[in-house]
Design a protein around this ligand. Sequence first.
Ligand code: C5P
Length: 217
Amino acid sequence: KKLVIAIDGPAGAGKSTVARIVAQCLGYVYIDTGAMYRAVAWQALQSAKPTAETIAEIAAAGNIELTYADGKTSVRIAGKDVSEAIRTPRVSNMVSEVAQIPAVRQHLLALQRRMAESGGVVMDGRDIGSHVLPNADLKIFLTASIDERARRRWLELTAKGYQIDLGQLKTDIACRDKKDCERKTAPLIQAEDAVLIDTTQLSINGAVEAILKLCEQ
Ligand code: C5P
């Protein structure tokens, strides 16, 4: 049987890295829902004064394409490839505002459910197990300490050439987590039937192996 696997957790816990490898191992499709919210945020930043209404219209247009090939996700919005552009600190720092708008969530939810319909998917995000795919075969809640998550993001961004202060990054991540946890519509929450995996002291491979083992059960 082709499973539906949901992976949720706070920023920088290793969700996308782990989800991508699990998908590769199983021959499944990896769906990065954060990239969809980021694409909407990026598009919103292209206009001078985005409002909740205009941002909702961006999501409603539904022209977000996620393609996944050779372990790599590409994201396009309105035909433009934004795979790299959506990873800038500027987008990271405003995406949670965009993700709070109920109409935005509603439109992306429909897209996400459709993408998981045929099974054989690993979907990661904040509300996948709790809201988007409540009937997923396996739900994982991946987390790590805030210090470790900030350190990983810092290494990632520094490798890309960004000059970023670790303390500031930690504050930004904590701020994003708070917004994601406290929003009214589909907040970040561990689903009751999700398995908790703390990666503070666990390698990427360790997390992947734990998930693959759970798939066999
Ligand atoms: O996973 P990533 O860090 O790229 O997600 C970016 C942001 O998108 C999150 O901080 C959150 O605000 C939003 N998001 C969400 N629900 C999801 C996935 C992401 O609200 N399922």
